[in-house]
Design a protein around this ligand. Structure first.
Ligand SMILES: Cc1ncc(COP(=O)(O)O)c(C=O)c1O
Length: 367
């Protein structure tokens, strides 16, 4: 068989959270909860559901490839011009567009060990060289990342907050970092969980875009807006960068239904507030339960928690699966004794904790 280019052979296919249907098929259980992909447990906004229903009759038509109305609404929401926006089939699509547009084989890409896995994928896709910088306290070490810059560095990816650790870099750290980054290097701040962050020292990065730096912010409708299944993400960047990315973008990369739903979701500020509140309450409940069980976890700024377990995270995940609870093992991120759990509804969180107590007992009595 024809071999792909060498860098493709080094790519491990992305392993997402197991879909509910797959667990149903494989284990024959029906009452399953999925806390594995950092989706919004409250579901989509009712306004988005209505927009989806209304747009269903139009799906024989191609979507607006320029997403005029969604960009207009987003621009208004963010206080920027529509020319600073690039839309993607999820924010992953935008991350890939950035890599495809800017990376040549000899270029270096800096990201953190334990950062979101897609930076590794898109770097390899473009046959560029990954420069992977260790984290400190499960957090991006921006000083070390700045120190890793060479004259071959083209892109620096930073997930803020990071998935899977849930940690964030602060405004002061970001400001100091940006002073050290040469103007001709591209910095990507991946803010997929932006709307969940409550800390006042979280950096507001829009000014870097407005200053015209080589800077791209990526955000998504997959998380707090509850539209992961519709695949709408976006990038915010100076117009010349957007113009470049548009050359690489597939002309119809955002579906007609997705655009309609995203516009409605953006307007539903009550749903966003309710989702933030539910996440705060769920986070406190899970922290308390983990404390009671004597388990260590990383304080999170997102809608998920990375939990250290005494056993193998893969074993815990398998045992939880048999109880109908889907979480994610973290071995692929270099944490063999950890799982990542999405903060669910109160009912889901209680069910997860009950299952976790049961499997922890089972596994410790076996070992
Ligand atoms: C940090 C981070 N960035 C980007 C994404 C991609 O999300 P999407 O492609 O659904 O917008 C995710 C998804 O889990 C993520 O955790």
């Amino acid at each position: 068989m024809l071999k792909p280019k060498p860098s493709i052979e080094t790519i491990q296919p992305y392993q997402g959270g197991k879909p509910i249907e797959e667990v149903q098929r494989e284990l024959g259980i029906t009452d399953i909860i999925k806390l594995a992909s950092n989706e919004n447990p409250l579901g989509p906004s009712p306004l988005a559901v209505q927009a989806i229903a209304e747009s269903a009759t139009q799906v024989h038509l191609y979507p607006d490839g320029n997403a005029y109305y969604l960009k207009r609404d987003l621009a208004q929401h963010l206080g920027i011009s529509p020319e600073s926006l690039i839309l993607g089939n999820g924010s992953n699509d935008v991350l890939q567009l950035v890599a495809e547009a800017y990376l040549a084989p000899d270029d270096e890409v800096i990201y953190a060990a334990g950062a979101f896995v897609v930076y590794n994928l898109v770097t390899k896709l473009c046959s560029a060289t990954a420069v992977v910088v260790p984290m400190v306290n499960d957090t991006h070490d921006l000083s070390a990342m700045a120190a890793a810059i060479t004259d071959k560095t083209k892109i620096i990816f930073i997930a803020n907050p990071n998935n899977p650790t849930g940690t964030m870099v602060t405004a002061d750290e970001t400001a100091a970092f940006m002073k050290q980054v040469p103007e001709d290097m591209l910095v990507v701040f991946d803010e997929a969980y932006y709307e969940y962050v409550a800390r006042s020292d979280y950096p507001q990065t829009l000014p870097y875009v407005l200053e015209g730096r080589n800077f791209i912010i990526t955000r998504t409708f997959s998380k707090i807006y509850g539209l992961a299944g519709l695949r709408i993400g976006y990038g915010i960047a100076p117009p010349p960068l957007v113009e470049t990315l548009n050359r690489v973008r597939q002309p119809f990369n955002c579906s007609l239904v997705g655009q309609a739903a995203a516009r409605a979701a953006l307007m539903d500020t009550d749903h966003v507030k309710e989702s933030q509140k539910s996440n705060t309450v769920g986070k406190a409940f899970l922290y308390k339960a983990f404390d009671d069980m004597g388990l260590c976890y990383i304080q999170t700024e997102g809608n998920f928690i990375m939990l250290h377990v005494p056993q193998s995270g893969a074993d815990i995940t398998d045992a939880l699966l048999k109880q109908g609870v889907i979480v994610r093992p973290m071995v692929g991120y270099g944490y063999p004794n950890a799982v990542r759990v999405t903060i669910g509804t109160q009912q889901e969180n209680e069910r997860f904790i009950t299952a976790l107590r049961a499997v922890s007992c089972q596994l410790s009595s076996v070992s």
